[in-house]
Design a protein. Structure first.
Length: 89
C-alpha cells in the first residue's frame, strides 16, 4: 500500500549532509518526496512510497547521517502525494 508521511527532524541536522544522506536513503528505498531545511534549524522530510519502505526510512531518520545528531523525529501520515522523485530543498 502506498502512503505519504511528513516528518520534522530536529537536532544537529543542518550542515551535516543530512539532506543529501536522506536523499540517498530515499532512492535506496524507492521513495519520492523531499528533504528541506526549515528556519528553526530542523529538516522537513516528505516520504512517499510503499508503506514498509517509508517505515524503514522513518527508522533511518532516528539517527540520520553519520555527522548528524538527531534529537527528535515527529512523523505523521498525510494524504497521498504523487511526487516524481526525491529532491533536496
Amino acid at each position: 500500500m502506498k502512503v505519504s508521511y511528513l516528518a520534522n527532524v530536529s537536532g544537529r541536522v543542518q550542515g551535516v549532509y543530512f539532506r543529501m544522506s536522506a536523499q540517498q536513503q530515499a532512492i535506496d528505498h524507492q521513495l519520492s518526496g523531499y528533504a528541506k531545511n526549515l528556519d528553526d534549524g530542523s529538516v522537513e522530510v516528505l516520504m512517499c512510497g510503499e508503506e514498509q519502505q517509508v517505515k524503514d526510512m522513518i527508522e533511518w531518520l532516528q539517527h540520520g547521517s553519520e555527522e548528524s545528531e538527531v534529537s527528535n523525529v515527529d512523523a505523521k501520515q498525510v494524504e497521498w502525494q504523487s511526487v516524481p522523485f526525491f529532491s533536496i530543498g
